[in-house]
Design a protein around this ligand. Sequence first.
Ligand SMILES: [Zn+2]
Length: 145
Amino acid sequence: MLNMICPECGRQGQVVRDLTVESLVKEDNIREVAGKGSFYLCRESDCSVVYYNGERVYGTQALKVPVWFKEGAGEDSPICYCAGITRREIRDAVASGRKTRAEIRNYTGKSRRSNCIRKNPAGRCCDQEFDEEIIRCRRMLNQDL
Ligand SMILES: [Zn+2]
């Protein structure tokens, strides 16, 4: 159980497949990752570690993409990594009256060929985060929920 704890913040991580890590770390780290089995993902926003296993630690700087839930990811961080839909685009769509994921996807005109395991840093579908982001935007824009 020891390596489930993030070496930086000491909090518990989530299992992600090496395929996800391998797809998202910058080129010079790929060989270290391939075939290493599972990694853990640190979900704490104030911790700069993204992936770790007993041997290796990859922080936000080691990745090709911003990680939406990490501090400093900003408005241009994707929420849907498969289609490349950012926080800013979700906010703009919500501000113009779109309320559902389908409406927002439509509004952005970005089609999705899902490949969450290779594109999303969490290695899974973004539906839940997408919905949370819509609610966050609607609150920010003082829309009735
Ligand atoms: Zn951490």
